[in-house]
Design a protein around this ligand. Structure first.
Ligand code: NAD
Ligand code: IPM
Ligand code: MN
Length: 355
């Protein structure tokens, strides 16, 4: 029997729709070529347009709706000129936390043919994966505003780092490092954050012995971002808290050739709820509507989705097509090229080979 997967396509705002349209074309081509699986796509028209109609960015039961799918493919959310970001983006954070997508996996590698913005000797050898803790840390909805509008106004924002949360993400990172170059770097800030990140440091020390085959070290986040620029080739797997992982993956995306190429998988490793796949980038209001956004980050996100669904060969076929396209030195304006969004996807589709 043919395997059928129910996929929620959530394009979102700005360039979100532009890039998901192209990723869907790639997925459809791979499906036609393979003949061994079927994707049943459902488009969810949520975001700023939905806000204009209803005063909400998603329906009240959005989590129940999403729970019924095998996976979610997201474009990008955010219409910062009209709607506050903490309103528009709240559903994304709730999806990650409610579905316990605690492992956010963000690979970054400089494909041959792509120019690095860096001038350091290791610039061409970037091949790293940031594993971001995605369920707690600095992103828990915990805090408040007090004496609003008064001179004594204050805001309280509390981070929550649990032993269980730190341990499971570090284990995820160690297991991934074992399949790669066996190096793990943990981002910390225990020199100043004396509770949360001291706990992170302690859990790393406790686990180190179990993963003796992996070379593990830690760097304070300020040094780590500098080293992403100074010697990016030294990183293999990098594990960080929610906020540190967020910061590391914009810089990681950049050293891998730009945000237009950087995918992201928000994984619930236990498969008790759907996982979500997206680009690292946002809705890019500065270029939205011009048809020039790079669709590759979302295409590679779609490949991560296929891999998660057990379609490894199909995922690899997409990655090879992307590599074959980039090695030609062509691309959208962010890569220094002249292609439009759809032309970039055409180029990738032309490189999709039957096995
Ligand atoms: P951004 O990632 O949208 O854009 C940063 C820069 O990168 C911009 O100059 C943009 O043009 C460029 N860029 C991004 N993606 C590109 C692509 N595919 N091709 C070519 N260039 C690309 O970050 P921002 O401007 O800080 O945020 C814009 C909005 O997106 C905000 O509302 C923000 O909150 C939101 N956001 C959403 C997500 C998400 O949905 N997961 C992620 C990040 C930011
Ligand atoms: C990302 C984004 C989100 C995050 C924002 C938009 C809430 O920057 O996916 O990297 O901080 O996680
Ligand atoms: Mn981010």
């Amino acid at each position: 029997m043919m395997k059928t997967f129910k996929i929620a396509v959530y394009p979102g705002d700005g360039i979100g729709g532009e890039v998901t349209d192209q990723a869907v074309r790639v997925l459809q081509r791979v499906q036609d070529q393979s003949g061994g699986f079927a994707l049943e796509l459902t488009h969810l028209p949520w975001g700023a347009a939905y806000w204009d109609e209803t005063g909400r960015v998603v329906p009240d039961d959005f989590l129940e709706i999403l729970r019924g799918f095998d996976a979610i493919l997201l474009g990008a959310i955010g219409e910062p000129r009209r709607i506050p970001d903490h309103v528009t983006l709240e559903p994304l954070i709730r999806i990650r936390q409610t579905f316990d997508q605690y492992a956010c996996v963000r690979p970054s590698r400089l494909y041959p043919g792509v120019r690095s913005p860096l001038a350091v000797p290791g610039a061409s050898k970037v091949d790293l994966v940031v594993v971001r803790e995605n369920s707690e840390g600095e992103y828990v909805n915990n805090g408040g505003r007090f004496k609003v509008g008064e001179p004594e106004e204050f805001a309280l924002q509390t981070a929550i780092h649990t032993r269980k949360g730190i341990e499971r993400i570090l284990r995820f990172g160690f297991e991934l490092a074992r399949k790669r170059r066996k190096r793990l770097t943990m981002a910390t800030k225990s020199n100043a954050q004396r509770y949360g990140f001291v706990l992170w440091d302690e859990v790393l020390e406790e686990l180190r012995g179990e993963y003796g085959d992996v070379e593990a070290d830690k760097q304070h986040i300020d040094a780590a971002v500098m080293n992403f620029v100074r010697r990016p080739e030294t990183f293999d797997v990098v594990v960080g808290s929610n906020l540190f992982g967020d910061i590391l993956t914009d810089i990681g995306g950049l050293v891998g050739g730009g945000l237009g190429l950087a995918p992201s998988a928000n994984i619930n490793p236990e498969r008790k709820a759907p996982s979500l796949f997206e680009p690292v980038h946002g809705s890019a209001p500065d270029i939205a509507g011009q048809g020039i956004a790079n669709p590759v980050a979302t295409i590679l996100g779609a490949a991560m989705m296929l891999e998660w669904l057990g379609l490894e060969a199909e995922a690899e076929r997409i990655r090879r097509a992307v590599a074959a396209t980039l090695v030609r030195g062509i691309g959208t304006p962010d890569l220094g090229g002249t292609l439009k969004t759809a032309e970039m996807a055409d180029a990738v589709i032309n490189e999709l080979k039957d096995d």
